[in-house]
Design a protein around this ligand. Structure first.
Ligand SMILES: [Zn+2]
Length: 215
């Protein structure tokens, strides 16, 4: 968590949520709450104490620990989003996946105002394949944290695999998913340098990795 403090210090106070990005901001901070919701609360708390607002994407699990974490993070003023994985849950059946998406979104909206969504990386399924402008309009969403971001205009840093990486040409990969994902391992200091030099950055974390500091 010490490392995360350093990132927050470099970024400084502000609203870096996806909802704010879609209204014209250029720095994004996003957290995928895949697992270990308590670690997400810790990160939310660190940000909150430094005047930072970001987005937390919750999978719909429908249990108490998820609900409590969501309420706690919401109460700190962070944006809550939906980390959808319904194509995987529906075993690849698109129509079923869209129905499930709407049901789960509605259930989450009973506890938080949700404006943005982000696909979870499920093994064997590309969950974002169900997303469309039509579905977003129908569900009154303002954007998808993966599909609607202009990756040509910012550097995407992620802590996936317990190591910081910068992803290059992610927009090419989105246009052509068969193209190999081009990612380069970097140090925490490189992430901080990029932030401090005023680059447009997109930082994506998975709080479950933060039991130990990410290398
Ligand atoms: Zn995920």
């Amino acid at each position: 968590m010490e490392d995360y403090h350093r990132i927050c210090e470099a970024i400084g106070p502000g609203d870096y949520s996806l909802a704010h990005y879609f209204s014209g901001n250029h720095i994004i901070v996003r957290h995928d709450v895949d697992d270990k919701v308590n670690l997400a609360i810790e990160i939310a708390d660190i940000e909150h104490s430094q005047g930072i607002r970001s987005t937390y994407y919750f999978r719909y699990r429908g249990d108490d620990s998820e609900r409590n974490a969501l309420l706690s993070i919401r109460s700190m003023g962070h944006e809550i989003g939906f980390h959808y994985e319904t194509l995987a849950k529906a075993g690849g059946d698109k129509e079923w996946a869209v129905r499930l998406f709407k049901d789960q979104l509605a259930a989450l909206r009973e506890i938080a105002d949700i404006k943005t969504v982000c696909p979870h990386g499920s093994r064997g399924y590309r969950n974002h394949k169900i997303m469309s402008e039509y579905l977003q309009r129908e569900c009154a969403l303002i954007g998808d944290a993966y599909l609607d971001v202009d990756f040509g205009n910012l550097d995407y840093y992620s802590d996936s695999g317990n190591q910081w990486h910068v992803y290059q040409k992610l927009s090419d990969h989105l246009d052509n998913p068969d193209k190999k994902l081009d990612r380069v391992a970097v140090e925490l200091l490189d992430v901080i340098k990029a932030i401090e030099s005023g680059d447009n950055v997109y930082i994506a974390t998975h709080p479950q990795h933060w039991t130990q500091n990410v290398k």
